[in-house]
Design a protein around this ligand. Structure first.
Ligand SMILES: NC(=O)c1ccc[n+]([C@@H]2O[C@H](COP(=O)([O-])OP(=O)(O)OC[C@H]3O[C@@H](n4cnc5c(N)ncnc54)[C@H](O)[C@@H]3O)[C@@H](O)[C@H]2O)c1
Ligand SMILES: CC(C)[C@H](C(=O)O)[C@@H](O)C(=O)O
Ligand SMILES: [Mg+2]
Length: 349
């Protein structure tokens, strides 16, 4: 169906393999846009390690405001070994997520029939992690005393507000309600983190009353890592805090075809600011600039972007092209651009 609509896209290729995989995601996005009568007007932002080395800037407010003016953001990856750890991750990536209120960090995981999993019998794996995106230990509430001495003390306090927990839990229940299995698993650590953990558990129990069709489960995060490996098919929607969500989604990627396939969406469900779409993986300095990165995660993130903008047919076309490409993967090495070309060609039909 032709919509003849123009969407504005802020593109942040970033560091390492970020520009390589973003190029392929844009290639596929442009291919489906042409098919579906949509135009993406792109503004590219030079942010990341190169910019920091040149100017000392991570994300100036003027650029943040400029990015805010777009319909959506496509991001490659942020982080570079030549920049002090945390500088770009906090000053750029988390600044975008926090300022644009991306409180739902959506990370789907599924095992494509033909893709290898390190698990012998993974079963039908198709779950989504709803990771809280603006709170928890990520907020920067901490500090260090007597740094570098034997008496050093470092704190990094996890902040969980009733407001923040409830809104992400509600979003997770709504997603579970829309899925056939209608199951929600809270992952936390409320046997030890009794303040934050009990707030999460009470919130889930309260919201559950409004969703009688949903089966609700609870797992401590350590046990969740066991089941993600031994019985990943048991999961449907997982809701969890920012740090647990970060860790379990890398594990989820590893069991379902590898980090090169794992897509994510940083969603502002209230649409008060643009949502941001990026692969789960990082800048992979070990393979950067070598055309060795798998761009599939970035391409699937572009599908999530289309879906968020209401371009469901374009999203489905990208997913179908990726699925077809994955089904025919032989294990022979292809460059990043070759994988992008193949998927773009399939997306054109
Ligand atoms: N969203 C993001 O921008 C994001 C996410 C994770 C890490 N990071 C940052 O990236 C940098 C590197 O982090 P890391 O090494 O812990 O994690 P990473 O995800 O960059 O790499 C982990 C391993 O996975 C491999 N890998 C990652 N993406 C791949 C792809 N598309 N195809 C094939 N192999 C791939 C890498 O080569 C590496 O061996 C750090 O600065 C970190 O802070 C950024
Ligand atoms: C780079 C880092 C800030 C980020 C996170 O922890 O959220 C990354 O690991 C991710 O998973 O997107
Ligand atoms: Mg991570």
């Amino acid at each position: 169906m032709s919509t003849n609509k123009t969407f504005t896209l802020a593109v942040v290729p970033g560091d390492g393999i970020g520009p390589e995989v973003t190029t392929e995601a844009l290639k596929v996005l442009d291919a489906v846009a042409a098919q579906h009568g949509v135009t993406f007007e792109r503004t590219e932002y030079d942010l990341g390690a190169r910019r920091w080395h040149a100017t000392g800037e991570t994300l100036p407010d003027a650029e943040l405001e400029s990015i805010r003016g777009h319909d959506a953001i496509l991001l490659g990856a942020i982080g570079d070994p030549t920049v002090p750890s945390g500088t770009l991750e906090r000053g750029l990536l988390l600044k975008l997520r926090f300022t644009l209120d991306h409180y739902v960090n959506l990370r789907p995981s599924k095992i494509y029939p033909s893709v290898g999993s390190p698990l012998a019998n993974p079963g039908e794996v198709d779950f989504v992690v709803v990771r809280e995106g603006t709170e928890g230990p990520y907020v920067g509430n901490g500090g260090a005393l007597r740094v570098g001495t034997p008496a050093e003390i470092a704190t990094e306090v996890s902040v969980n507000t009733a407001y923040g927990v409830e809104r992400v839990v509600r979003d997770a229940f709504a997603r579970a309600q829309a899925r056939p299995r209608k199951k929600l698993t809270l992952v936390h650590k409320n046997n030890v983190l009794v303040y934050a953990g009990h707030l999460w558990k009470r919130t889930v129990d309260a919201v559950a009353k409004e969703f009688p069709e949903i089966t609700v489960d609870y797992l401590h995060v350590d046990a969740a890592t066991i089941f993600l490996v031994t019985d990943p098919a048991r999961f449907d929607v997982i809701v969890t805090d920012n740090l647990f969500g970060d860790i379990i989604t890398d594990l989820a990627a590893a069991i379902s075809g590898g980090i090169g396939l794992a897509a994510s969406a940083n969603i502002n469900p209230d649409r008060t600011a643009p949502s941001m779409f990026e692969p789960v993986h990082g800048s992979a300095p070990d393979i950067a600039g070598q055309q060795k990165a798998d761009p599939t995660a970035a391409i699937l993130s572009a599908a999530l972007l289309c879906d968020h903008l209401g371009l469901t047919e374009a999203a489905a076309a990208i997913e179908a092209a990726v699925t077809a490409d994955i089904e025919e993967r032989t294990g022979a090495a292809r460059t990043t651009a070759e994988i992008g070309d193949a998927i773009a060609k399939r997306a054109l039909g």
